[in-house]
Design a protein around this ligand. Sequence first.
Ligand SMILES: *[C@@H]1O[C@H](CO)[C@@H](O)[C@H](O)[C@H]1NC(C)=O
Ligand SMILES: *[C@@H]1O[C@H](CO)[C@@H](O)[C@H](O)[C@H]1NC(C)=O
Length: 443
Amino acid sequence: MIDLHKMVSHNDAPRSITKQDYRTKVSSFFSDWFVFVGGTLVALLVLLALWSFISPNPSFSTIIISKSNTLDFNLNQDSQEAASFYDDPDLNYSIEKPIKNWDEKRNKWLKLHPTFNPGIKERILVVSGSQSTPCKNPIGDHLLLRFFKNKVDYCRIHGYDIFYNNVLLQPKMFFFWAKMPAVKAAMVAHPEAEWIWWVDSDAAFTDMDFKLPLDKYKDHNFVVYGWPKLIYEKKSWTGLNAGVFLIRNCQWSMDLIETWAKMGPQSTEYDKWGQTLQSTFKDKNFPQSDDQSGLSYLLLKEKDKWGDKIYLESEYYFQGYWVDIIGQLDNITDKYLGIEKKMPSLRRRHAEKVSERYGKLWEEYLIKDKWRRPFITHFTGCEPCSGDHNPIYSWETCYNAMQKTLNFADNQVLRNYGFVHKDLLDSSSVSPLSFDFPSNSLV
Ligand SMILES: *[C@@H]1O[C@H](CO)[C@@H](O)[C@H](O)[C@H]1NC(C)=O
Ligand SMILES: *[C@@H]1O[C@H](CO)[C@@H](O)[C@H](O)[C@H]1NC(C)=O
């Protein structure tokens, strides 16, 4: 039995491991300049998808291409001829050039494209990315493909668009800094999206039903997993995890990114920030400025300016440390199956497109039991692409945990396709599901 409250208040592990994880990251920091976690397979996939799309006789017909399921946009209504910020030669996507009056620019664009107004407040673009070159770890690209597949699955089920970037948009902003230029460019490229949701390449959605409680964040512009006490009282650089965050597409966010990015390696202030951050956060034991300490610093020192709009989420696994989660997956599977056996409405077969509605039906059973699947499982410290995992665990431990987690997630998807991985450690085999599963199953 998993007690959600116990799980979420138990914050020591993610905190201490993030730190250890960082040591691993730092060790490869300079030896491997472009260690920004990665995969070229993605580009290949997109090519294949495109090719099967234009080919009159597609042989990759099992690759399923799905558009956003939220709306069928009718672009004929839009006055595409009228000028918008895109026509302004001074507007620049790059991280060095601040964008001003973004709220007005975006609103004007939205007025010209009324098609996107329905559902605007809930529209999310997921952004992730990895390095432009093949992974050093021989199976790194395969793992990244699986992590990417997991994100595509989640996005398809919930009607979110996804942008996967595999090039450094600012060549000096390598590794964890690489997300900032990508997020900024995504904000400009997607004025129709209210939120940009950065999810690290080594993080997997492990509850395909769960949706972000956007209502809760309506007065905030930035959401990240973290604990105020650790940041403000303990002054720990690991009081939050910057590997997953939700950022509103607005001027405030443009300003935050501008301020935050100034601590990065492309900036003349990089070395100075390294010293400032290390002297502010006593548990930070490396001299380089990093994005996570940088964000913690802004919360700690410029709380008036940023703090009110930043939501530190810890009520559910907005992102969770895999070591805390992996041991629970079997029991969670059993719990869900146990509930389904009792509730015919939950196990009723349905089309994938309507699975959100079935996901909602679960809520009352999950609240009553105070446990649920972890939402996002983050393989902090495993470094699937480089293979330079944290020495506190073996590669085998990381590898098995990733297989198990990805198959745990995949089972939630395959369910709607009539199949299941019976053994979470066996990625290659699936069994067909019997009708009315699991009512008649011994699982
Ligand atoms: C945008 O700014 C960058 C960095 O200053 C510059 O190199 C680039 O030429 C600019 N691009 C445009 C389209 O103005
Ligand atoms: C899983 O469930 C079994 C049987 O109820 C229990 O003994 C075990 O402690 C549970 N494991 C975890 C990690 O909670």
